[in-house]
Design a protein around this ligand. Structure first.
Ligand code: PLP
Length: 363
């Protein structure tokens, strides 16, 4: 059994993916070939923003977004401790300070009620993560940001395709960011990512930073980096995008079926009002996780933990002095969450096998 099944998806889309890849091999424009702009136009239309900018990966996407809004050493950026390291890491890489705020235990996303208490004169931005494929509470977060004149960057690495009150992840804040890492809801065949914004000036700055800060070849008004999306990865994404809506529908159906079948034995994901989830991870909460994982492994059911250590307890952030107990909800989730096999090609028989194994392990 696969935790994520990329082979079935490839078999399903093989003709289109192969044709798109071969078109790149034929024209040979591997860096910023025409597929990149073609993909950006399609991504902007899908997300519902003026500008989509393809970048090299979801981590660099966050770095570029933070650079584009002018984050400097000493600035503070409010974010969640219950996320993949990249979120806090890119804030720290720029010399800024990640200011962690605990999660809402119902959704695992940043608790907006705790944000205002964390704002200081040094705060420049809020960077919520739309964890597991469900958007954070952007209306409330944006209202707080507007009141305090802060930018909002969505780390939507796990939520591409998700909807919040009728709007798409990526279109909910000053800048939206995503990852096309192969296992993400929309994945390419290597590293990839994108940024989204309605702001013309920010889009221009993001494009410059992506290409060494240049406005034209060998002219560099600002400092940037090499953060371009590969043409070959853009080609793969162009082949996958037409069936993405069907895959999102399948993810929602499979996630809902898991929840129906497991709700009596484990804590299943809760969807906030106006939100769906693309279930980048289908994650439940249980007691005795290690034993349950071992029992499932015995039954041939792979599991994973997203994430076992909150960022405040990572050695890389030890200097922030936020010991155990600083973020009770994030820390409890880190001890209890477990993700089950999830992909759009998961059939009911296999899902029943997972459910039976979970029930047996918890009995
Ligand atoms: C929440 C979150 N942020 C950022 C990233 C980084 O994306 P990438 O692996 O494409 O650099 C990931 C990917 O794992 C993620 O899950």
């Amino acid at each position: 059994m696969n935790f994520i099944d990329l082979k079935s998806q490839y078999q399903h889309l093989k003709a289109d993916i192969d044709a798109r890849i071969h078109a790149v091999l034929d024209h040979g424009q591997y860096i910023m070939g025409p597929e990149v702009a073609e993909l950006e136009a399609q991504l902007a239309a899908y997300v519902g923003v003026k500008h989509a900018i393809g970048v090299s990966d979801g981590t660099t996407a966050l770095q570029i977004a933070l650079m584009a809004i002018g984050i400097q050493p000493g600035d503070e950026v409010i974010t969640t401790p219950f996320t993949f390291i990249a979120t806090g890491e890119m804030i720290a890489l720029l010399g800024a300070k990640p200011v962690f705020v605990d999660i809402d235990p119902a959704t695992y996303n940043l608790d907006p009620n705790l944000i205002e208490a964390a704002i200081t004169p040094k705060t420049r931005a809020i960077m919520p993560v739309s964890l597991y494929g469900q958007c954070a509470d952007f209306d409330t977060i944006n209202a707080i940001a507007a009141k305090h004149n802060l930018a909002v960057i969505e780390d939507g690495a796990q939520s591409f395709g998700a909807t919040y009150k009728g709007r798409k992840s990526g279109a909910l804040s000053t800048i939206g960011s995503t990852s096309f890492f192969p296992s993400k809801p929309l994945g390419c065949y290597g590293d990839g990512g994108a940024l989204f914004t309605d702001d013309d000036e920010l889009a221009k700055t993001i494009r410059q930073i992506r290409s060494h800060g240049q406005d034209r070849r060998y002219h560099h008004p600002i400092i940037g980096l090499n953060g371009r999306l590969d043409t070959l990865q853009a080609a793969v994404l162009l082949a996958k995008l037409p069936s993405f809506a069907d895959e999102v529908a399948a993810r929602e159906r499979i996630g809902a079926r898991y929840s129906e079948l497991l709700k009596d034995v484990a804590r299943v994901p809760a969807l906030a009002e106006g939100c769906n989830s693309v279930y980048a991870q289908y994650t439940i909460e249980i007691d005795g996780r290690e034993a349950v994982q071992a029992a499932l492994k015995e039954q041939g059911v792979p599991t994973a933990v997203h994430y076992p250590v909150p960022l405040n307890l990572q050695p890389a952030f030890a200097h922030l002095n936020q010991p155990v107990g600083s973020f009770p909800h994030a820390e409890a989730a880190a001890r209890r969450v477990m993700s089950l096999p999830m992909h759009p090609f998961l059939d009911e028989a296999t899902q029943d096998q997972v459910v039976a194994a979970v029930k047996q392990a918890l009995a």
